[in-house]
Structure formats: structure tokens, C-alpha cells
Design a binder for this molecule. Sequence first.
Ligand SMILES: *Cc1c(COP(=O)(O)O)cnc(C)c1O
Length: 399
Amino acid sequence: MVDAFSALKTREEAVIMRTYGRYPLAVSRAEGSRLIDLDGRQYVDLLAGIAVCNLGHCHPEVAEVICRQARELVHVSNLFYQTEQVELAERLLSTCHCGKAFFCNSGAEANEAAIKLARRFMREVRGREAFEIITLAGSFHGRTLATLTATGQDKIKHGFAPLPEGFKTVAWGDLDAVRAAVTEVTAGVLIEIVQGEGGVNPLPVDYVRGLADLCREKGILFMVDEIQTGMCRTGKFWAFQHCGVTPDMFTCAKALANGLPMGALFATDEVAAGFVPGSHATTFGGGALLSAAAAKVVEIMRRDRLDERARRVGDYAMGLFTDLKRTFPDKIAAVRGLGLMIGIELTFPGQAVWRALLDRGFVLNLTQDKVLRLLPPLTIPREDLARFASALGMVLGEL
Ligand SMILES: *Cc1c(COP(=O)(O)O)cnc(C)c1O
């Protein structure tokens, strides 16, 4: 008798392209911070679909909106005016300094739009032949040809040459390196305030401020990738708001519609003028169903002050993990993060620890080989984090 999981695994291997290193787990249902597998076993979810289900899984109010909207209007195309899309844009823009939004379907597409807007703005509005985007080592910006080229990790680019021109990567956290890299063809600098995939690396506030100043001084665009850090994850609605800076544009995706595929690019009115009708488009972007769901997500985040909760509960979790680091100074190299975006860096490859935690019922991600990455729902009960911390203590103690 093959169990349900093994049977599914065999079927998948026959029909799905092998692009993913899957976890040995198939989820059949999820609720709040719980995942339930094919056999009915429960797991504490400390990953939230990789910072996607920030409100927790299957949030009842969002589910309600999705069901209602599915009966009313799902899609007509961007040839039409759509109330839902305008309402979503108004809500999102009220959380920041930007004046205009463009909606798409994923993070990579949002960054593509940002790169296109940067080039077009420089050419058509500023009248300058400036197209190059500078990014940082260790960054992650997506998997399309342009965004993987922007990404500062070689393993993501392997096998995909020739790559598009117009990108340059410089050392992380080194302002002089950016200064030295800017030339007359530079259009902008794109950063993550906290690198996610790169191992949960928060940039120092002084660096971010310095970079914003440098971009102003050089007349180039200051661009922030908030795809993982946005939507209250780090303790502010947008992570750049920790630094008192106002990027010319920023991108968002993962948590925008709490699990439905949606991305967005935001820009100041001045920079948004780089696009005119016909210069950029996407079929599904900002459709009625997605927009209605995302508008509800934004409403709930603001009503329930999930930015503040992420900060408070994040501080609580950081306290727990810092205590663990004191207990296991030879096993935990660093605990870092912002809000509920937390990395626990081990002093050794973490596969066995990750697996032991999964066996104990805790789902999280291992990134850069040694970093346990936690991106729980922002609604996660503190007890779940306390239980996880004691399970991690047990696992590390047994090593
Ligand atoms: C996930 C992610 C992306 C890519 O988003 P997709 O929706 O997978 O295309 C880009 N940038 C950052 C910072 C991300 O975390």
C-alpha cells in the first residue's frame, strides 16, 4: 500500500517540470497559521507561502469578498475602467508618498515594469540616454530574463545566457561602491531594504538614507523592491518607511492579495509620467476579482494595525531567538531581521535542523544553506512562536 503522499509524488514526477526542490509535504487545507497535510496532520506555518498569506490562510473576510466578487465580475480587461482597481489604488497610495500605481501579476513582473519605467522615464522625460540599473550582491529580484539579470546571485543566472544588457551589481551595504559604479548611463539603483532570499539581511538605516541622497545628487532613480518586505511584514506598511526615505518607485507583490497572484509598481507622479498609453500593459493586471480581494487585504491590515503587531510580535520572537543564541553560541551565528521577517543563521549547513523541525510540525524555509528564514502570518499567535523556539532549542540540544 502506497500512502497518499507517495502516490501524489509519483504522479507529479510524471507530469510537472522539475523546477522546484519540494518539501516532503502536501498540504490539503490551511487556516490561520496552520497547515493540514493529506493525512490530517497539523503544522505550524512559519512561512506563510513565502510572505504571501500575511493575514493567515483563508482569512474569512477575504474569502467572503472573493466569493462575492466571483459572482459579480471577475475580468473584463484593462480596456475598461474598473471601480475595484481604482479603489485598490486609492487605498494603497494612502499608505505612502507615491502618486500612481500599475497593477500586474507577480513580483518579477512588477520589477520588470519598474525597470521599463526607469528606462523610459530617463529617455522620454529627462531626455537622457540612461538605462543601467545598479543592484546589490545577494539580492533577489525575480526570474524573468531582466529580473534574473538584476538579481545579485550567480546561481540564478546559470545556463540562461545571453542575458540582457544594462545591469550592474555592486557590493552590499557599501555606499562608495554605488558611488563608484554610477556613470552617465545609470538610470537608477534598485535595493531590498531587507534581503529575503539572500539570507534576511537588513540594510543599515544610514546606508539607505545615504543611498537616497546619492541618487538625488546624481539625478538617478531610487527604487525599492518591497515584494517581500511590503504589506506590514517588517513592522511598517513599507520597509523603506523605517528609514525616512521616499523612493521614486517601489514594487510590491507577495502579500498584496493574500494568496491570489498580484503585483504592483508605485511611482511618484513625476516618474509615472514616463509611461503613456500603449507603453506598458498586461492582460490580467488589476482585474476585478484580484483588486477586490487586495482592497480587503489593505483594509484589514490598516484596521487591525498589522504593521504594529508585526513589530511587537517580531520583537517578542527576536527576544526568544536571541536567548537561544545565548544558550547555543556555537550553533547560532546570528539572529537578525525586521518585524516578522527573521533569519536565524546557523554556524553549519542547516538541512538536518530544518528537517527535524518539519518532523516536529514546524514549516519554515532554509535559505543560503545556513539561514532559517521565518515569515509567519502577521496574525500568528505568540504561543506558536514560543513552541517553535522551544522545539528549535530541543533540536539544537540534540545535535
Ligand atoms: C519573491 C520575490 C520576487 C519575485 O516575485 P515573483 O512573484 O516570484 O515573481 C522579487 N523580489 C523579491 C524581493 C522577492 O522576494
